[in-house]
Design a protein around this ligand. Structure first.
Ligand SMILES: [Zn+2]
Length: 350
Protein backbone atom coordinates (compact mmCIF):
# COMPACT_ATOMS: atom_id res chain seq x y z
CA UNK A 1 0.00 0.00 0.00
CA UNK A 2 1.38 3.40 -0.98
CA UNK A 3 -0.49 6.60 -0.24
CA UNK A 4 -1.48 8.49 -3.38
CA UNK A 5 0.34 11.80 -3.81
CA UNK A 6 -1.58 14.95 -2.87
CA UNK A 7 -2.91 16.80 -5.93
CA UNK A 8 -3.33 20.57 -6.18
CA UNK A 9 -6.86 20.61 -7.57
CA UNK A 10 -7.18 24.43 -7.54
CA UNK A 11 -4.02 24.70 -9.66
CA UNK A 12 -5.33 22.13 -12.16
CA UNK A 13 -8.69 23.87 -12.32
CA UNK A 14 -7.18 27.33 -12.94
CA UNK A 15 -5.11 25.91 -15.79
CA UNK A 16 -8.17 24.08 -17.12
CA UNK A 17 -10.43 27.15 -17.14
CA UNK A 18 -7.78 29.09 -19.10
CA UNK A 19 -7.35 26.21 -21.54
CA UNK A 20 -11.11 25.86 -22.04
CA UNK A 21 -11.26 29.58 -22.83
CA UNK A 22 -8.52 29.17 -25.47
CA UNK A 23 -10.35 28.17 -28.70
CA UNK A 24 -8.68 25.21 -30.41
CA UNK A 25 -10.74 23.34 -33.03
CA UNK A 26 -8.68 20.58 -34.69
CA UNK A 27 -6.37 22.19 -37.24
CA UNK A 28 -6.38 25.50 -35.36
CA UNK A 29 -5.05 24.39 -31.98
CA UNK A 30 -1.75 26.31 -31.83
CA UNK A 31 -2.95 28.77 -29.17
CA UNK A 32 -3.89 25.88 -26.86
CA UNK A 33 -0.58 24.12 -27.52
CA UNK A 34 1.31 27.34 -26.68
CA UNK A 35 -0.78 27.87 -23.53
CA UNK A 36 0.00 24.31 -22.40
CA UNK A 37 3.71 24.62 -23.17
CA UNK A 38 3.86 27.73 -20.99
CA UNK A 39 2.14 25.93 -18.10
CA UNK A 40 4.71 23.09 -18.16
CA UNK A 41 7.67 25.52 -18.43
CA UNK A 42 8.36 25.72 -14.63
CA UNK A 43 8.81 21.93 -14.45
CA UNK A 44 11.94 19.93 -15.38
CA UNK A 45 10.71 18.70 -18.77
CA UNK A 46 12.22 19.56 -22.15
CA UNK A 47 9.68 20.83 -24.67
CA UNK A 48 9.68 20.53 -28.44
CA UNK A 49 7.11 20.66 -31.23
CA UNK A 50 6.58 18.06 -33.90
CA UNK A 51 6.30 19.19 -37.54
CA UNK A 52 2.57 18.51 -37.16
CA UNK A 53 2.41 20.93 -34.24
CA UNK A 54 2.02 18.57 -31.29
CA UNK A 55 3.79 19.43 -28.03
CA UNK A 56 6.28 16.81 -26.85
CA UNK A 57 7.69 17.03 -23.32
CA UNK A 58 10.59 14.78 -22.35
CA UNK A 59 11.20 13.96 -18.68
CA UNK A 60 14.32 12.13 -17.50
CA UNK A 61 13.54 9.03 -15.44
CA UNK A 62 15.38 6.98 -12.82
CA UNK A 63 15.78 4.39 -15.55
CA UNK A 64 15.44 4.26 -19.34
CA UNK A 65 15.10 0.47 -19.57
CA UNK A 66 11.43 0.65 -20.57
CA UNK A 67 10.57 4.24 -21.57
CA UNK A 68 6.94 5.34 -21.42
CA UNK A 69 4.71 7.92 -22.98
CA UNK A 70 1.40 9.52 -22.07
CA UNK A 71 -0.85 11.39 -24.46
CA UNK A 72 -3.83 13.75 -24.12
CA UNK A 73 -5.27 16.17 -26.67
CA UNK A 74 -5.98 19.91 -26.71
CA UNK A 75 -7.81 20.00 -30.04
CA UNK A 76 -11.60 20.09 -29.88
CA UNK A 77 -14.71 19.82 -31.99
CA UNK A 78 -15.42 22.83 -34.18
CA UNK A 79 -16.23 23.77 -37.75
CA UNK A 80 -15.00 25.46 -40.89
CA UNK A 81 -16.67 27.83 -43.35
CA UNK A 82 -17.92 25.70 -46.25
CA UNK A 83 -19.86 28.34 -48.22
CA UNK A 84 -20.80 31.98 -47.99
CA UNK A 85 -24.52 32.10 -48.69
CA UNK A 86 -26.48 34.63 -50.76
CA UNK A 87 -27.98 36.02 -47.53
CA UNK A 88 -24.48 36.73 -46.16
CA UNK A 89 -24.68 33.92 -43.62
CA UNK A 90 -22.27 30.99 -43.45
CA UNK A 91 -22.77 27.35 -44.21
CA UNK A 92 -20.37 25.22 -42.17
CA UNK A 93 -18.71 21.83 -42.34
CA UNK A 94 -18.11 20.01 -39.05
CA UNK A 95 -14.70 19.24 -37.60
CA UNK A 96 -14.97 16.08 -35.50
CA UNK A 97 -17.94 13.90 -34.62
CA UNK A 98 -20.92 15.72 -33.11
CA UNK A 99 -24.56 16.48 -33.82
CA UNK A 100 -25.56 20.00 -34.90
CA UNK A 101 -28.28 20.23 -32.25
CA UNK A 102 -25.59 20.16 -29.54
CA UNK A 103 -24.31 23.59 -30.65
CA UNK A 104 -27.56 25.11 -31.88
CA UNK A 105 -27.93 28.65 -30.56
CA UNK A 106 -24.29 28.78 -29.42
CA UNK A 107 -22.10 31.83 -29.93
CA UNK A 108 -19.04 31.37 -32.13
CA UNK A 109 -15.89 32.98 -33.45
CA UNK A 110 -14.96 32.99 -37.14
CA UNK A 111 -11.21 33.38 -37.66
CA UNK A 112 -10.29 35.12 -40.92
CA UNK A 113 -7.02 34.62 -42.78
CA UNK A 114 -6.01 38.20 -41.99
CA UNK A 115 -6.21 37.46 -38.25
CA UNK A 116 -9.57 39.09 -37.56
CA UNK A 117 -12.19 37.43 -35.32
CA UNK A 118 -15.85 37.90 -36.30
CA UNK A 119 -18.55 36.99 -33.77
CA UNK A 120 -21.75 35.18 -34.64
CA UNK A 121 -24.03 32.34 -33.59
CA UNK A 122 -25.16 29.05 -35.02
CA UNK A 123 -28.87 28.79 -35.84
CA UNK A 124 -31.23 26.55 -37.73
CA UNK A 125 -32.15 28.27 -41.03
CA UNK A 126 -35.85 28.41 -40.06
CA UNK A 127 -34.95 30.03 -36.75
CA UNK A 128 -37.96 32.23 -35.98
CA UNK A 129 -41.01 30.30 -34.88
CA UNK A 130 -43.12 33.46 -35.51
CA UNK A 131 -42.34 33.01 -39.20
CA UNK A 132 -41.74 29.31 -39.71
CA UNK A 133 -44.05 27.82 -37.09
CA UNK A 134 -43.58 24.10 -36.57
CA UNK A 135 -40.68 24.00 -39.06
CA UNK A 136 -38.41 25.64 -36.47
CA UNK A 137 -38.70 22.55 -34.33
CA UNK A 138 -39.04 19.99 -37.06
CA UNK A 139 -36.31 21.03 -39.52
CA UNK A 140 -33.59 18.42 -39.82
CA UNK A 141 -30.41 19.59 -38.13
CA UNK A 142 -27.97 18.92 -40.97
CA UNK A 143 -25.33 20.92 -42.85
CA UNK A 144 -27.87 22.57 -45.16
CA UNK A 145 -30.28 23.59 -42.38
CA UNK A 146 -27.70 25.22 -40.08
CA UNK A 147 -26.04 28.60 -40.61
CA UNK A 148 -23.93 31.18 -38.82
CA UNK A 149 -25.59 34.56 -38.37
CA UNK A 150 -22.74 37.07 -38.16
CA UNK A 151 -22.94 40.00 -35.75
CA UNK A 152 -22.12 42.37 -38.61
CA UNK A 153 -24.30 44.41 -41.03
CA UNK A 154 -24.26 41.92 -43.85
CA UNK A 155 -27.13 40.54 -45.92
CA UNK A 156 -25.19 39.50 -49.02
CA UNK A 157 -22.35 37.25 -50.02
CA UNK A 158 -20.35 40.28 -51.20
CA UNK A 159 -20.58 42.13 -47.88
CA UNK A 160 -19.57 39.02 -45.94
CA UNK A 161 -16.58 38.49 -48.23
CA UNK A 162 -15.68 42.15 -47.66
CA UNK A 163 -15.35 41.32 -43.92
CA UNK A 164 -12.44 39.09 -44.94
CA UNK A 165 -14.36 35.85 -44.45
CA UNK A 166 -13.63 33.08 -46.92
CA UNK A 167 -14.07 29.34 -47.41
CA UNK A 168 -11.78 27.46 -45.02
CA UNK A 169 -11.92 29.91 -42.12
CA UNK A 170 -12.01 28.07 -38.79
CA UNK A 171 -15.04 28.41 -36.51
CA UNK A 172 -14.93 27.80 -32.74
CA UNK A 173 -18.03 27.47 -30.56
CA UNK A 174 -18.11 29.22 -27.18
CA UNK A 175 -17.19 26.81 -24.35
CA UNK A 176 -19.39 28.57 -21.72
CA UNK A 177 -17.23 27.52 -18.77
CA UNK A 178 -18.84 27.53 -15.36
CA UNK A 179 -17.45 26.21 -12.08
CA UNK A 180 -20.02 25.50 -9.37
CA UNK A 181 -19.57 25.73 -5.57
CA UNK A 182 -20.29 21.97 -5.46
CA UNK A 183 -17.17 21.30 -7.51
CA UNK A 184 -18.68 20.72 -10.93
CA UNK A 185 -16.99 22.08 -14.04
CA UNK A 186 -19.47 22.60 -16.86
CA UNK A 187 -18.11 23.48 -20.29
CA UNK A 188 -17.74 22.37 -23.86
CA UNK A 189 -14.45 20.67 -24.70
CA UNK A 190 -13.69 19.09 -21.31
CA UNK A 191 -12.84 16.32 -23.80
CA UNK A 192 -9.91 16.37 -23.57
CA UNK A 193 -8.73 19.57 -21.93
CA UNK A 194 -9.68 18.20 -18.49
CA UNK A 195 -7.21 15.34 -19.01
CA UNK A 196 -4.42 17.68 -20.15
CA UNK A 197 -4.96 19.45 -16.81
CA UNK A 198 -4.55 16.14 -14.96
CA UNK A 199 -1.19 15.51 -16.68
CA UNK A 200 -0.05 18.92 -15.44
CA UNK A 201 -1.41 18.20 -11.95
CA UNK A 202 0.40 14.85 -11.78
CA UNK A 203 3.71 16.38 -12.91
CA UNK A 204 3.39 19.07 -10.23
CA UNK A 205 2.64 16.42 -7.59
CA UNK A 206 5.77 14.40 -8.42
CA UNK A 207 8.02 17.46 -8.63
CA UNK A 208 6.77 18.78 -5.27
CA UNK A 209 7.27 15.36 -3.68
CA UNK A 210 10.83 15.32 -5.05
CA UNK A 211 10.11 12.17 -7.06
CA UNK A 212 11.57 11.48 -10.47
CA UNK A 213 9.52 9.27 -12.80
CA UNK A 214 10.52 5.62 -12.67
CA UNK A 215 11.22 5.54 -16.40
CA UNK A 216 12.14 8.15 -18.98
CA UNK A 217 8.73 9.60 -19.83
CA UNK A 218 7.38 11.47 -22.84
CA UNK A 219 4.25 13.59 -22.51
CA UNK A 220 2.60 14.03 -25.91
CA UNK A 221 0.01 16.81 -26.23
CA UNK A 222 -1.91 15.95 -29.35
CA UNK A 223 -3.48 18.47 -31.74
CA UNK A 224 -5.38 16.24 -34.23
CA UNK A 225 -7.19 13.69 -32.03
CA UNK A 226 -10.77 14.57 -32.90
CA UNK A 227 -10.19 13.60 -36.54
CA UNK A 228 -8.50 10.31 -35.63
CA UNK A 229 -4.78 10.63 -36.33
CA UNK A 230 -3.50 12.89 -33.53
CA UNK A 231 -1.00 10.63 -31.79
CA UNK A 232 -0.09 8.55 -34.83
CA UNK A 233 3.36 10.17 -34.65
CA UNK A 234 5.56 12.15 -32.29
CA UNK A 235 6.95 9.47 -29.93
CA UNK A 236 10.52 8.31 -29.37
CA UNK A 237 10.99 4.98 -31.19
CA UNK A 238 11.96 3.08 -28.02
CA UNK A 239 8.85 3.53 -25.84
CA UNK A 240 7.25 0.32 -24.62
CA UNK A 241 4.04 1.69 -23.07
CA UNK A 242 1.60 4.41 -24.09
CA UNK A 243 -0.96 5.62 -21.56
CA UNK A 244 -3.75 7.57 -23.26
CA UNK A 245 -5.52 10.01 -20.95
CA UNK A 246 -8.93 10.88 -22.33
CA UNK A 247 -12.48 11.30 -21.01
CA UNK A 248 -14.60 8.38 -19.93
CA UNK A 249 -17.99 7.95 -21.62
CA UNK A 250 -21.04 8.29 -19.32
CA UNK A 251 -24.60 7.30 -20.03
CA UNK A 252 -27.13 4.51 -19.64
CA UNK A 253 -25.42 1.20 -18.95
CA UNK A 254 -22.02 2.84 -18.39
CA UNK A 255 -19.96 2.44 -15.20
CA UNK A 256 -18.12 5.77 -15.52
CA UNK A 257 -19.02 8.83 -13.45
CA UNK A 258 -17.75 12.36 -12.84
CA UNK A 259 -16.16 11.52 -9.47
CA UNK A 260 -13.83 8.63 -10.33
CA UNK A 261 -11.12 7.69 -12.77
CA UNK A 262 -12.12 5.06 -15.29
CA UNK A 263 -9.74 2.44 -16.65
CA UNK A 264 -11.12 1.65 -20.11
CA UNK A 265 -10.84 -2.01 -21.07
CA UNK A 266 -12.36 -1.78 -24.58
CA UNK A 267 -13.81 0.70 -27.03
CA UNK A 268 -14.73 0.72 -30.74
CA UNK A 269 -11.10 -0.05 -31.57
CA UNK A 270 -11.12 -3.24 -29.49
CA UNK A 271 -9.50 -4.16 -26.17
CA UNK A 272 -6.70 -2.13 -24.63
CA UNK A 273 -3.55 -4.05 -23.74
CA UNK A 274 -4.31 -6.46 -20.92
CA UNK A 275 -0.97 -5.89 -19.18
CA UNK A 276 -1.60 -2.13 -19.11
CA UNK A 277 -5.18 -2.52 -17.90
CA UNK A 278 -4.09 -4.90 -15.12
CA UNK A 279 -1.15 -2.71 -14.14
CA UNK A 280 -3.38 0.39 -13.92
CA UNK A 281 -5.96 -1.53 -11.87
CA UNK A 282 -3.24 -2.72 -9.50
CA UNK A 283 -1.73 0.78 -9.14
CA UNK A 284 -5.13 2.28 -8.37
CA UNK A 285 -5.89 -0.41 -5.79
CA UNK A 286 -2.50 -0.15 -4.08
CA UNK A 287 -2.79 3.64 -3.75
CA UNK A 288 -6.50 3.44 -2.77
CA UNK A 289 -7.56 5.59 -5.73
CA UNK A 290 -11.23 4.74 -6.40
CA UNK A 291 -11.69 3.68 -10.03
CA UNK A 292 -14.20 2.19 -12.46
CA UNK A 293 -13.73 -0.28 -15.29
CA UNK A 294 -15.72 0.49 -18.40
CA UNK A 295 -16.31 -0.14 -22.11
CA UNK A 296 -17.10 2.74 -24.49
CA UNK A 297 -19.48 1.81 -27.33
CA UNK A 298 -18.78 4.67 -29.80
CA UNK A 299 -15.26 5.78 -29.07
CA UNK A 300 -11.75 5.75 -30.48
CA UNK A 301 -8.58 7.05 -28.82
CA UNK A 302 -5.23 8.50 -29.75
CA UNK A 303 -3.56 5.38 -28.30
CA UNK A 304 -5.28 3.36 -30.99
CA UNK A 305 -4.17 5.94 -33.57
CA UNK A 306 -0.57 5.07 -32.62
CA UNK A 307 -1.34 1.34 -32.79
CA UNK A 308 -2.86 1.79 -36.27
CA UNK A 309 0.19 3.78 -37.35
CA UNK A 310 2.35 0.78 -36.42
CA UNK A 311 3.39 1.65 -32.88
CA UNK A 312 4.76 -1.47 -31.14
CA UNK A 313 3.68 -0.56 -27.62
CA UNK A 314 1.27 -1.59 -24.91
CA UNK A 315 -1.59 0.90 -24.89
CA UNK A 316 -3.89 1.77 -21.98
CA UNK A 317 -6.62 4.38 -21.51
CA UNK A 318 -7.76 6.23 -18.39
CA UNK A 319 -9.76 9.38 -17.69
CA UNK A 320 -12.50 10.94 -15.58
CA UNK A 321 -16.14 10.56 -16.57
CA UNK A 322 -17.52 13.41 -18.67
CA UNK A 323 -21.29 13.76 -18.77
CA UNK A 324 -22.95 14.63 -22.12
CA UNK A 325 -19.70 14.20 -24.05
CA UNK A 326 -19.38 16.02 -27.40
CA UNK A 327 -22.28 18.12 -26.15
CA UNK A 328 -22.45 20.66 -23.29
CA UNK A 329 -20.19 18.61 -21.04
CA UNK A 330 -19.67 18.40 -17.29
CA UNK A 331 -17.26 16.77 -14.89
CA UNK A 332 -16.25 17.18 -11.23
CA UNK A 333 -13.11 18.13 -9.31
CA UNK A 334 -13.07 14.64 -7.74
CA UNK A 335 -12.72 13.08 -11.18
CA UNK A 336 -9.83 15.42 -11.97
CA UNK A 337 -8.10 14.63 -8.68
CA UNK A 338 -8.40 10.86 -8.98
CA UNK A 339 -7.27 10.84 -12.59
CA UNK A 340 -4.20 12.91 -11.66
CA UNK A 341 -3.52 10.56 -8.74
CA UNK A 342 -3.54 7.49 -10.95
CA UNK A 343 -1.29 9.23 -13.50
CA UNK A 344 1.12 10.10 -10.66
CA UNK A 345 1.17 6.45 -9.51
CA UNK A 346 1.84 5.32 -13.07
CA UNK A 347 4.70 7.80 -13.41
CA UNK A 348 6.45 6.95 -10.17
CA UNK A 349 6.00 3.18 -9.92
CA UNK A 350 8.48 0.86 -11.64
ZN1 LIG B 1 -11.04 13.09 -26.50
Amino acid sequence: MTAALPIDVAFMQDFLVGLLNTPSPTGFAEAAIAYTEKAFAPFPLTARRTHKGALVLEWAGQSASAPRALTAHVDTLGAMVKEIKDNGRLKLTKIGGFAWNTVEGEGCNVYTASGKTVRGSLLVTAASSHVYGAETGEAKRDDSHMEVRLDERTHSEMTTRALGIQVGDFVAFDPRVEVSPAGFIRSRHLDDKACVATLLGAVKALVEAGVQPAQRTTLHISNYEEVGHGASSGFPPDIVELLTVDMAAMGQGQESDEYNVTICVKDSGGPYHIDMTRKLTRLASEAAVPYKLDIYPNYGSDGEAYWRAGGDVQVGLIGMGVDASHNYERTHQDGLRRTAQLIAEYLRQA
